[in-house]
Write a protein that binds this ligand. Sequence first.
Ligand SMILES: C[S@@+](CC[C@H](N)C(=O)[O-])C[C@H]1O[C@@H](n2cnc3c(N)ncnc32)[C@H](O)[C@@H]1O
Length: 185
Amino acid sequence: MRIRDAIEMLADSGVEALGPTTWADLGCGGGAFTLALAAWLAAGSTIHAMDRDGAALRKIPSAYNGVRITTHRGDFTNPTGPFADLDGILMANSLHYVADQAAFIHACEARMTSRRHFLVVEYDTTEASRWLPYPVSQIRLTGLFERAGYSITVLRSRPSIYRRASLYAAVIAPSLNLCGACPDP
Ligand SMILES: C[S@@+](CC[C@H](N)C(=O)[O-])C[C@H]1O[C@@H](n2cnc3c(N)ncnc32)[C@H](O)[C@@H]1O
C-alpha cells in the first residue's frame, strides 16, 4: 500500500494526543504502516518495527516525522522480544498470522504501560486461506478485545482486491470504568 493511503487509514486514531509515546509495529514488513503511524505520532515518539524478513526491514528509515524508528529482526510471538514499556502496538495485516489471538493479546499486555493502545489493520473476512490463516473480521476483533476489557473504534474501511474483503483499520483502547465500586476490567 502507498504510504499516503496508509496514513489515511490511520487518520482520527487520536494517537497524537497521547504525546510522545513508544510503540511496536509487529509484522511491519517494508514499513508502509510504520511510517503512517510515525506520521500521526507526536514528535519525540519511538517505534520498534519488528519482522522476521530482514530484507523488508532494511527499507525502513531510522526516523520519520520526528519519530525514531528502530528495526528488530525476529518472531513477534516470542514473549522475550527486545522491547517493553510500550504505550501502543500496531499490527497491520499481521494479527491474522497468530493462531491464539486472545493469548497473544494477553502476552502483549505484559509488555505495555497502562495506556495500552492497539492499532489493527485487517481484512474483514471470516474465510481462511494460506495468506490469511486466522482471519480477523471486524466482529471477531470486537469480541476479542471487548472480552479483554477494551473499546474498539473502526476508523476506516476501504475496498481491497483480496477476495473482495474490505480492509479496515481500528483503534483499541482500555474501556473506561466509570463505576467507582466496580473492579478494573
Ligand atoms: C502481509 S505482511 C504486512 C506488512 C506490513 N505490516 C503492511 O501492512 O504493509 C505480514 C508481515 O508479517 C510478518 N510476519 C508474520 N508472522 C510473523 C512473526 N511471527 N514474526 C515476525 N514477523 C511476522 C511477515 O514477514 C510479513 O512481513
